[in-house]
Design a protein around this ligand. Structure first.
Ligand code: UDX
Length: 445
């Protein structure tokens, strides 16, 4: 089948590569000519395991092509995926400028029936706006071509996006026209194996499903962070509590790890956007507000502990930071807890010496050459002469460090573990002052 994908960012590229992988002809369109030129040469602008190989292989086979020619894109695919960015507005609502600009282009250049598919995460009601935009441009042209607008949210995890696309838990499609529904079922058939995962529903429910899924997951995390905060105060161990509640199959073990709060491109943005949508429709979404507030504070929890340890005086201290990306296996630092932590440290007059396995370029891009920020090429190099270590992202390479060496290199053996990576008893035996999230013992010296 012929597929056009507008937007060669994270979602667009993964979607395009995966559809090509199962034999479709895919044309990816992006207005960024430099990005397209690099993609044509097999250079991938993002870090995602397996994506580069998939893009190169499918490009070589001629199934995956890239262009910045929008008219060519509209002419190409029966399926026109919109996978452009929806960054948050000043007030947290999703900015639909790019989505509507693609809709306008489709209206301007279409010469035949098209199925327009919203893949970007867009607020409830966006499919209607896309429909109106295309209709109004067609009316200006004096044309009456038929088209359908479908909502097909993505549920891709960074770091495992290819796996999520190729073997999805579910394929949610919001579609009103029964004939279009069958075409989409056929399009997704290669990914819909073992049992039927194709969930067709009305357009608005599909749009809301995406926000509901991410908000539910974010709620689990904030809930658990709240329990960790309570555990610290009442002298309980959140690790025991996590196992105690996760073993109830109604609760489950996933997404109940306390930490430094959720980050990334989805959860923070989607919780906020759903909260704004609710408000626009006259409903005060109190749980969502609380989820966001808990997450906001949680990102500062390590700094609070540092202040406590250093008697409020962080000025002049050097803190080693391990991990900058918002989670392992990505270079993405959007809404990363590391950012809040480092910015708070800088505000207090402390310096940061940081290491991350893949996000160093991204950190350099964001923070440039600050005097109080140094990036080092090896985790151990961050430790020498630092006053404490903060573990911010749970990359595998941080899990089994040489603790004796760590003790020697640090000015003082103090570790602030924002991801509960190390065993508190072991850290105590090794003679560290060890702070983690909601566990016992929280500090021993
Ligand atoms: C998420 C959803 O999982 C995906 O389905 C959706 O389409 C996009 O958003 P992603 O942002 O890539 O994907 O990250 P994910 O692996 O879900 O983690 C999100 C954040 O939650 C990370 O900051 C992670 O550290 C945090 N997290 C996760 C916790 O703090 N505790 C947990 O138990 C799980």
């Amino acid at each position: 089948m012929k597929i056009t994908i507008f937007g060669s960012g994270y979602v667009g590229l993964v979607t395009g590569a995966c559809f090509a992988e199962v034999g479709n002809d895919v044309l990816c369109v992006d207005i960024d000519e430099e990005k397209i030129r690099r993609l044509q040469q097999g250079e991938i602008p993002i870090y995602e395991p397996g994506l580069e190989e998939m893009v190169i292989e499918n490009s070589r086979e001629g199934r995956l092509r890239f262009t910045s020619d929008i008219a060519e894109g509209v002419a190409f695919g029966l399926f026109q995926f919109i996978a452009v960015g929806t960054p948050p507005d000043e007030d947290g609502s999703a900015d639909l400028r790019h989505v509507l600009s693609v809709a306008e282009s489709i209206g301007r250049y279409m010469e035949d029936y098209r199925i327009v598919i919203d893949k970007s995460t867009v607020p409830v009601g966006t499919a209607d706006l896309v429909q109106q935009k295309i209709s109004s441009v067609l009316a200006e042209r004096g044309m009456t071509y038929d088209f359908d607008v479908v909502s097909n949210p993505e549920f891709l995890k960074e770091g495992d996006a290819i796996g999520d696309f190729m073997k999805p838990d579910r394929i949610v499609v919001g579609v009103d026209n029964p004939r279009t529904k069958e075409l989409l079922r056929t399009l997704y058939a290669p990914f819909n194996r073992s049992h039927d995962r194709f969930l067709a529903m009305d357009v608005r429910s599909a749009e809301l499903t995406k926000y509901a899924a991410n908000s539910m997951l974010a709620t689990k995390i904030s809930f658990m962070n709240e329990i960790a905060n309570i555990a610290e105060r009442v002298g309980a161990d959140v690790e025991a509590v996590r196992q105690g509640i996760g073993s109830d199959s109604r609760i489950g073990f996933s997404f109940i790890y306390p930490g430094m709060g959720y980050g990334g491109s989805c959860f923070p943005k989607d919780v906020q956007a759903l909260e704004r949508t609710s408000r626009q429709f006259g409903y005060d979404a109190r749980i969502l507000q609380a989820v966001e507030a808990v997450n906001h504070d949680q990102k500062s929890s390590l700094v609070d502990k540092m202040k406590q340890h250093f008697n409020g005086e962080l000025k002049g201290k050097t803190i080693a930071v391990w991990g900058l990306s918002f989670k392992p296996n990505t270079d993405d630092m959007r809404e990363a807890p590391s950012r809040r932590l480092m910015e708070a440290l800088w505000d207090e007059g402390a310096s940061v010496r940081a290491y991350d396995p893949v996000a160093m370029d991204e950190a350099r891009r964001i923070y440039g050459d600050r005097e109080d920020f140094e990036l080092v090429e090896h985790p151990d190099h961050a430790l020498k002469g630092a006053d404490a270590l903060a573990v911010v992202t749970e990359w595998m390479v941080f899990r089994s460090p040489d603790f004796e060496m760590m003790k020697k290199e640090l000015n003082e053996p103090v570790v602030f573990d924002g991801r509960n990576v190390y065993n508190p008893d072991m850290m105590e035996q090794l003679g560290f002052s060890y702070y983690s999230i909601g566990r016992l013992p929280r500090c021993s010296s």
